[in-house]
Write a protein that binds this ligand. Structure first.
Ligand SMILES: C[S@@+](CC[C@H](N)C(=O)[O-])C[C@H]1O[C@@H](n2cnc3c(N)ncnc32)[C@H](O)[C@@H]1O
Length: 220
């Protein structure tokens, strides 16, 4: 069990925010980028990568990601972290060419991984999840329609550890907000949602937390 209780999960989020906020608040000319994973091409910002990296830094963290594309968020979560597991799911529906690029990126960062990520090529909502296991940190970055966001939470609910952190990208999009609210309604899990943060981003503000992140702690 990575997070023994809600307070431990909150501490991890606060630690991650402290690092990534510092990056956001530093003027661009004073930023010192020491890690190559912060500059690789991808659909996330350096601040959101730092956030994911620190969020997953607790030893044994089991990380699940839906929507990997060329791997900028996956590499960030795995980079030098002593993860228990890292599982990434994508069906390449957005761009078939992102798969070879992802494999190239994973090979490039291979020596920076303590735990190699497991790739699952599948449609996330319909795939069999009964043997997937439990995860402490779940990042949903698949399709950002309200329906898909809703399914992104509902379909993986049983794969969340008793205390888990769920991060959803593109929170600045109203459809994403609607999807999250609908999922929580349908799951009837409002009482299990213990804390929630939103990190800013979206059109014109991608340099902050890309599309904006919703960060939630669930205690089942
Ligand atoms: C916005 S991109 C992910 C960006 C990535 N997290 C990053 O940081 O670079 C969305 C990805 O989700 C995948 N995707 C969309 N719907 C999916 C589904 N139902 N099942 C599996 N993958 C899906 C797409 O193929 C695409 O690669």
């Amino acid at each position: 069990m990575t997070f023994a209780n809600v307070e431990e999960a909150i501490r991890q989020i606060e630690k991650a925010m402290a690092f990534s906020d510092k990056f956001v608040l530093t003027s661009p000319d004073k930023r010192c980028v020491l890690q190559h994973y912060l500059t690789m091409k991808g659909l996330s910002s350096p601040a959101s990568r730092i956030f994911m990296n620190i969020l997953c830094s607790k030893s044994g963290t089991r990380y699940l990601e839906v929507g990997t594309h060329t791997g900028s968020s996956l590499v960030a979560a795995c980079h030098k972290n002593p993860l228990g597991r890292a599982v990434a799911i994508d069906d390449w529906s957005m761009d078939k060419n992102s798969k070879p690029k992802l494999l190239e990126n994973l090979q490039f960062f291979d020596r920076e991984f303590i735990r190699q990520p497991e790739l699952i090529e599948a449609e996330a909502f319909s795939m069999d999840k009964s043997k997937l296991g439990e995860f402490d940190v779940y990042f949903y970055d698949g399709c950002h329609s309200a329906d898909s966001t809703e399914k992104g939470l509902i379909c993986f609910w049983n794969n969340l550890a008793p205390v888990s952190i769920v991060v959803i990208d593109d929170y600045s999009i109203v459809r994403v907000q609607q999807g999250i609210i609908r999922a929580i309604d349908k799951l009837g899990c409002k009482q299990h949602l213990r804390y929630a943060w939103t990190l800013p981003g979206g059109k014109g503000f991608e340099h902050l937390y890309w599309g904006g992140l919703a960060v939630m702690v669930f205690d089942k």
